[in-house]
Design a protein. Structure first.
Ligand code: NAI
Ligand code: MG
Length: 500
């Protein structure tokens, strides 16, 4: 094994956890991979190995599914009272909160994001998600239904857990994505196999310890570390899995759908985006500049709902582009644990190459660089400067494809195009989110209706809450996460009819 390196700024507890002999959680026990194989986890701020984690493959998947199957078919979890389940969820939230700093450090080390951001966003939102879903556990209910066939029957519906759920998550918000998946499935009484992203397994492995400490019965949540093909694919195809919930690329989302056909397991998907932000001339320009900059630069643009197409009315185009470019130039790039860090590195060498490749393709296709560019000026680590491109056209790859980095295309529109701007905003395979910047109430409502996306923000962007359903139209996905709506992902409806 190579010498492991860890940022000296992390606390002793975090350093100790990173250095432990990492184990997966299967059937209530912390175990190595059946093969004994491990793979490296990198610190993206240095490009160095942080530690090694088990590499799950088919055999580990089979064990985890068997454990989840037993826990669902025979175990106490689906049968206990909803209030007991709710209490356990609440306790998970308390334990995460108690270890908030450690989780934020792990997230920063492993993913590269600023520690300061993980501390006020990723971890508190995770805690909120468990608490919000703890409340739903006791509020899942069916209906009594009058029959057209007459009064000789008593009919009602039961809402029952869907069963054994496979959950496959990405690396952009490692802990929060785990919470978006686990909390509602647990509230519904499901049992789970969670596969963490291979780039960022550490906070999920720490979460596995918390789940164990909270007293979840064996097999209720099984946590695997491994790669997409080696562990994700056999999980998605498994005959004993009733449902797969996936967040990641649209490309892999389609593979998940194919893998699910064998036993027709239920599928929900939260996929890519190319979200528009629309700035109208009557917007509060300062707020629009700050807001649209944050729409793309938050989390280094590694958000499925990043505002990556910035449509600006020509009357304010120069002012907004200049403002967003200033914001971009002022952002301090540094390792996530550096107190001065405003933007850390991208998550991996692969993402770094992909994003720089997009910036270069934009330039080759004739776009102009108003801020940033392909060279980061930082010696080590996967850093990309926040970049603003102008002079694009709708056919360019940078305008069409999800970049998943801090790169925005600023595009002008005129009064003549006010109707056409809706078409342009909707001219994408995706339909995840959009933001509209205006003070005109009527325009705000009209745009909110006209945009084909699962989320529309007005005079804000990237506002998330456990109570707000989130998900995509078109190729951005199937189903919704969070809010009351997510419960549909993890429940079956049974109609019961009794002849009186
Ligand atoms: P990905 O879609 O390959 O990975 C997401 C998860 O799926 C990971 O846990 C991975 O191990 C798993 N996976 C990969 N192949 C699989 C397969 N055949 N069967 C089952 N599971 C599989 O995303 P990746 O490669 O990390 O990033 C590529 C691009 O995807 C990004 O540049 C970005 O455009 C997009 N993406 C979108 C996200 C979102 O939140 N919608 C999150 C992460 C990436
Ligand atoms: Mg991939």
């Amino acid at each position: 094994m190579a010498t492991l390196s860890i940022d000296p700024r992390v606390s002793g507890r975090t350093a100790d956890f990173v250095a432990t002999d990492h184990r997966m959680l299967i059937d209530g026990r912390f175990v190595t991979a059946a093969s004994g194989k491990t793979f490296p986890v990198y610190n993206p701020a240095a490009g160095e190995v942080l530690t090694y984690v088990p590499e799950a493959e088919t055999e580990d998947v089979n064990r985890a599914v068997a454990a989840a199957r037993r826990a669902f078919d025979e175990g106490p979890w689906p049968r206990m009272s909803p209030s007991e389940r709710g209490r356990t969820l609440w306790q998970i939230a308390d334990l995460i909160e108690k270890n908030l700093e450690e989780f934020a450090e792990l997230e920063s080390l492993d993913n590269g994001k600023p520690f300061k951001v993980a501390r006020v966003a990723d971890v508190p939102l995770t805690v909120d998600m468990f608490r919000y879903m703890a409340g739903w556990a006791t509020k899942i209910s069916g209906k009594t239904l009058p029959l057209s066939a007459g009064n000789d029957f008593h009919s009602y519906t039961l809402r029952e857990p869907i069963g054994v759920v496979a959950q496959i998550i990405p690396w952009n918000f490692p802990l929060l994505m785990a919470a978006w998946k686990l909390a509602p499935a647990l509230a519904c009484g499901c049992t789970i196999i969670l596969k963490l992203a291979e780039q960022t397994p550490l906070s999920g492995l720490r979460l596995a310890q918390v789940l164990d400490e909270a007293g979840l019965p064996p097999g209720v949540v099984n946590v695997l570390t491994g790669f997409g093909e080696g562990a994700g694919a056999p999980l998605a195809a498994h005959e004993q899995v009733d449902k797969v919930a996936f967040t990641g690329s649209t490309e892999v989302g389609k593979l998940i759908v194919q893998a699910a056909t064998g036993n027709l397991k239920k599928v929900t998907l939260e996929l890519g985006g190319k979200s528009p932000a629309l700035v109208f001339p009557d917007a509060r320009i300062d707020a629009a500049i700050r807001g649209t900059a944050s729409a793309i630069f938050f989390n280094h643009g590694q958000c499925c709902c990043a505002g990556s197409r910035l449509y600006i009315h020509e009357k304010v185009f120069d002012e907004v582009v200049e403002g967003v470019s200033h914001v971009a130039e002022d952002i301090k790039l540094a390792p996530g644990l550096d107190p001065s860090c405003q933007m850390g590195p991208l998550v991996s060498d692969e993402q770094y190459r992909k994003v720089v490749g997009y910036i270069e393709s934009g330039i080759t296709d004739g776009a102009k660089v108003a801020a940033g560019g392909p060279a980061s000026g930082v010696e080590r680590g996967y850093f990309v400067r926040p970049t603003v491109l102008t002079n694009t056209n709708p056919r360019m790859k940078v305008v069409q494809e999800e970049i998943f980095g801090p790169v925005v295309c600023a595009i002008p529109f005129s009064d003549k195009e006010l109707d056409a701007i809706v078409k342009r905003a909707n001219d994408t395979l995706y339909g995840l989110a959009a933001s509209v910047w205006t003070q005109n109430l009527s325009l705000a409502h009209k745009m909110s209706r006209a945009i084909r996306a699962g989320t529309v923000w007005v005079n804000c962007h990237n506002v998330f809450d456990a109570s707000l359903p989130f998900g995509g139209y078109k190729q951005s996905g199937w189903g919704r996460e969070m809010g009351e709506e997510v419960l549909n992902n993890y429940l079956e409806t049974k109609a019961v009819t009794i002849a009186l």
